[in-house]
Design a protein around this ligand. Structure first.
Ligand code: FES
Length: 162
């Protein structure tokens, strides 16, 4: 069972697992990014409260933490879906209907790139090129690449990911 603790002058509640991350890096230099990475692995994203606690514990301004988190695309400030859809919008995919593929998925899921469905099933993103131009138009769901897409194929592909 997760044990809640209080620490720091801010008095914020933090989970035992967040405390364990702080303990792991205590006294070391240059640990802010590893701490953020581990916290994100723990929570799936970086909730505001967690960023506040990291700022307090590492003695950094919250604005600096947000600066880092928004600079690196690996960090996320909103919950992410169980399945990450990346629709390629690179040149090869664009000329072979990549925009139509994206529009179809937007309509079907009711979300725009950067958003997550309310049931946390899907997060939709776009990418510039995933290196499979010969299969254009292409998308990825998690680690799976799907190429030579048509809008007829999309419902079947999306249904595979619960
Ligand atoms: S442009 Fe889409 S895979 Fe390269």
């Amino acid at each position: 069972m997760e044990q809640e603790q209080r620490r720091g002058s801010g008095g914020g509640k933090i989970s035992g697992q967040l405390q364990a991350i702080f303990d792991k890096y205590r006294g070391q230099q240059g640990t802010l990014i590893p701490i953020l990475q581990e916290a994100q692995n723990r929570y799936g994203y970086l909730p505001r409260e967690v960023i506040g606690e990291i700022a307090r514990t590492t003695d950094n301004p919250v604005s600096r933490i947000y600066g880092i988190v928004t600079f690196y695309s690996q960090f996320h400030l909103k919950p992410r879906g169980r399945n990450i859809i990346k629709v390629c919008q690179g040149t090869a995919c664009h000329v072979r209907g990549g925009k139509k593929i994206l529009n179809f998925i937007e309509d079907k899921l009711g979300i725009k790139p950067g958003d997550t469905t309310a049931d946390l099933r899907y997060t939709l993103e776009t990418v510039a090129c995933i290196g499979a131009c010969g299969l254009a138009p292409v998308l990825m769901v998690n680690d799976d690449t799907h190429g030579r897409l048509t809008t007829e194929l999309l419902p079947w592909i999306l249904d595979r990911y619960k």
